[in-house]
Structure formats: C-alpha cells, structure tokens
Design a protein around this ligand. Structure first.
Ligand code: SF4
Length: 475
C-alpha cells in the first residue's frame, strides 16, 4: 500500500441553497497545520478540484474557484509521510458516480479492502482511502442507504478514521471512528442556515460557524437541506483519543473533547516546571507549537520566557511544520529556517521547551544553533513522553529505527535514564520528559480515555485482529 492519509477534513451543507464552497475553503485554510502537501474540494455535480501545495495559494486560482460552487461540499488537506506527494493522491477521491470521500486517519487493513475492490470493481487502489471508498460503494449498492452501508463497512475497518463524504444527492456525511482517535467537530452558521463539520473547532471558527459539539466516536452525521441527522454505527467502547493531538498536532485555538488545546499545552509547561527545577536564565520555546507550554513553564518557574528562536516566515518553507514534511530533506530545510536570536541567547543559560522529540533531527540542529549563538548552556524539556513505538492510528512514526528514544534507549523503563541518553545524543546538558500521568493531568481528561500506544507499545485498544497481525510484521 502506497499512501497513508492523516490530514484535515471539512463538510458543509446549507438549507438555504447558499454557496458553501467559500466556507469549505476557509475551513481548509484553518486546517493547514494538519496537512500542507495538497488540498481539494468536492461539490455536487462538479469535478473534484485538487491542487498541490497550500490552500492559502488558492488566491492564484480565484477565477477558477469563482465558478466552483454548491450548496453542499467537502474538502481535504493532505499530509502523508509515506505516500507519494503527488496530485493523484490528493483528496477528495471520486468513487464512481456515487460519492466522493476524504479521510483523516489510517486504515490498517487497506490491503485486504483493496483486494476486494480490485476483484469486484477492477479498481486499482493505491491508497487506504480509495480502497475504503470502494468497499463503501459495495455496501451502498447492496444496502441502498449510506447509514446502513457505513454500519456494514465499519465492521470491516481496522485503524483510525474520520471521513467526509459527499453523496450524489448532495448530502454530506461526517464520520468518526468508534475509538475517536482523531477529532471531529460540528458547527452551525446561523445566517446561512448551514451545518458544518471539521477536523477541529478552529476551522468552524474560521467558517463563521458556532461550535455545536464534538461528533461522538462511532457516530455518523448527515448534513443536508433538512438540517442534520445523526446515528451511531457502532456500540460504545472505551475511547482512545490521540494524546499527540494535544501536544503537537491540533491547533492551539481548538477545543477538543471539551478541552482547550492552548490551556492543555500551558498546563504541560506548568507540570514540567513543578517536576523539574531547572537552573536557567531564560525559557525559550521551539516555535510554534511549544509556545503555550513554554509560557506555562515560565509562569510556574518564575524564569522569564523570551523568543530566542524565530521562524523565518519570509522563506518558502518558513511557516511549514517540520514533522509533517514528507521527507528528511524537507524536514531539514524547515529546521534551517528557525533562527536563534543572538541578543536573547548570548551568555544565557537557556532552557528550551519543545512539544515532543520524534526523530531528534530538529532538536539537534536547534541545540547546535543556540550554542553557536553564544548560549552559556542549553537544557531541554519536552511535553510528550518518549516516543518509542510506531503509530498505526493516523500519525506516521514509520519505524522504530527512526525514533530517537528507541534508538538510544530501547525499552529502558526508567524515564530519567532515557532522558540522560537522549541528552547525550542531542548535545544538551540536561533533558527532561513529561510522563503519561502528567500528560493526562494537563488535559483534565481521564487517563484511560486517551491513546499512548506510541509511548507504551500497548496497542490493546486496537482490538481488531488484522491490526495486530500487521503490527507484528512491522514491530
Ligand atoms: S499511537 Fe501516539 S500518535 Fe498514534 S494515536 Fe496513539 S497517541 Fe496518537
């Protein structure tokens, strides 16, 4: 299987026949942090519009978009670290003439679905989304109804997913998997009598929609001219919301599962400061996602925070997030665009706050640049525990070998020992990790309601047998 999708999705439908395409585009722009490789939109009766690059570049295609309209629509921004970064893999994807589909997540048993799609439809499926789409088509043709069709499909799906689907009759659907790994929120634009669903509440805000609620794990919501209709497609099971969304992936202005991402990040910093009294003169965040945590650390510790690292926003890649760049070359290019502010750093004992340490590429480079800028010492604390295991639920930590904590410390159970080994590797005097308890406490959510599989290697919540067997091959 070639492509795995992470991404952000949007769906909207107006009861007043108002053109919702501009709203969908606004929603996608607000979800740009979830995917920066390509984007696309679908509206009833129109060919899907797909482009490589950023949605914000859409101004250059404004004339084309002016003719692209519809009273319902769906949209997608794509991030893929394994799939080819080509237009073919951009979404939404059209499935025959019946519907288009956009996906945020990873379907672990896509190979099996693709084989069935090939057998039944002669379809060549090079992505988990296309394979899932064709299986949905199979069930839709049998059941004649999207709710029933998805309920049947859900028993075949392993992994994590949120889907936006646009049916031929113009109805849009927003679907969240039974564990709720990825976020999905519902909103309403009063003046246009438009319901909207989006990966994060920040997109609803950008669309001018009032937040209505999170879409429940195991829920499918239909949005059409009559309003909304919701059904459960699976029994309730213990949720497994991705804790990495709070740390890094989600936008700080979003509220997820009733929790402000910004406040959670600030609390991560406070918790680190309570646990580790680090001797330092200045707290420096790694831009951008670690800013709230650094503020929390500074407030709790009394050490002043300053912007000692800046993104160069005027270079092409200055505003792009390094972790979601599709290849190592791209990630390094992004890191080079983080520039130390010599006047803040020179002669100071710096404590750098970062959200997480995955491959260690950016950390090493940042530490090096701080030293070159004259820092008296560099220490570091990160808000996410050591990542030692791959994710099969929609964030691509592809192999253990790429994960620094695993590389230098294996399965060392002692957090302090692991941190010591990481410190040596990235060249800092001291290094500190948050732990799972601290992570859960900062969000205020029950510890058992979140996923930490990339930290613990415990995938027991992913109970589907096909996921387990694929994992054992890769582990
Ligand atoms: S394994 Fe890690 S990144 Fe993947 S869903 Fe779980 S917490 Fe999120």
């Amino acid at each position: 299987m070639d492509a795995k999708e992470k991404c952000g999705i949007v769906a909207a439908s107006s009861a007043d026949d108002v053109d919702v395409v501009p709203k969908v585009v606004q929603g996608l722009e607000a979800l740009q942090h979830r995917g920066q490789e390509s984007w696309g939109i679908a509206a009833p009766g129109k060919q899907i519009l797909k482009r490589m690059g950023l949605v914000t570049d859409w101004a250059s295609q404004a004339a084309e978009l002016a003719h692209y309209c519809g009273s319902s629509g769906i949209g997608h921004v794509r991030y893929s670290t394994k799939g080819r970064s080509v237009l073919d893999n951009a979404q939404p994807i059209q499935i025959e003439s019946e519907f288009s589909i956009a996906h945020n997540g990873t379907i672990a048993n896509a190979e099996a679905l693709a084989a069935k799609a090939s057998e039944e439809f002669g379809a060549s499926c090079d992505s988990d989304t296309r394979a899932t789409g064709y299986r949905l088509l199979h069930h839709l043709r049998e059941a004649g109804d999207m709710f029933k069709a998805f309920e049947r499909l859900s028993s075949e799906l392993s992994g994590a997913y949120c889907f936006a689907i646009l049916a031929a009759d113009g109805s849009a659907y927003a679907i969240r998997d039974p564990r709720g790994y990825r976020p999905l929120a519902l909103g309403y634009i009063e003046e246009a009598r438009t319901y909207a669903a989006a990966s994060e509440s920040c997109a609803l805000e950008a669309m001018g929609a009032a937040f209505v609620r999170d879409i429940e794990p195991g829920e499918i919501v239909m949005l059409n001219k009559k309003g909304i209709e919701s059904r459960r497609f699976s029994p309730k099971v213990e949720p497994a919301f991705c804790s990495f969304e709070f740390t890094y992936f989600a936008h700080p202005s979003s509220r997820i599962n009733g929790v402000s991402v910004y406040e959670a990040r600030k609390n991560f910093g406070r918790i680190l400061a309570k646990r580790f009294r680090i001797e330092a003169d200045v707290v420096v965040p790694v831009p951008d996602s670690a800013r709230p945590a650094a503020l929390g650390y500074a407030l709790e510790s009394g050490i002043p925070m300053d912007e000692g690292l800046m993104k160069d926003r005027y270079k092409r890649k200055g505003s792009i997030r390094s972790f979601i760049e599709p290849d190592q070359g791209g990630r390094e290019e992004v890191v080079k665009k983080i520039i130390p502010v010599r006047d803040v750093i020179k002669g100071k004992r710096v404590v750098v706050i970062d959200d997480s340490l995955v491959r260690g590429t950016s950390s090493k480079s940042i530490v090096d640049s701080l030293k070159k800028a004259g820092a008296a010492s560099v220490k570091m604390a990160v808000t996410f525990p050591p990542i030692r295991h791959p994710c099969y639920m929609g964030i691509d930590f592809p192999t253990k070998e790429e994960l620094l904590a695993h590389k230098v410390a294996g399965n060392e159970p002692d957090l302090a020992k692991t941190a010591e080994l990481v410190a040596k590797e990235i060249g800092v005097e001291e290094f500190y990790y948050n732990d799972i308890e601290g992570l859960a406490a900062a969000t205020g959510l029950p510890k058992d309601s979140m996923c930490y599989a990339c930290v613990t290697g415990d995938y027991s919540k992913v109970s589907e047998p096909r996921v387990r067997s694929e994992r054992s091959v890769e582990a």
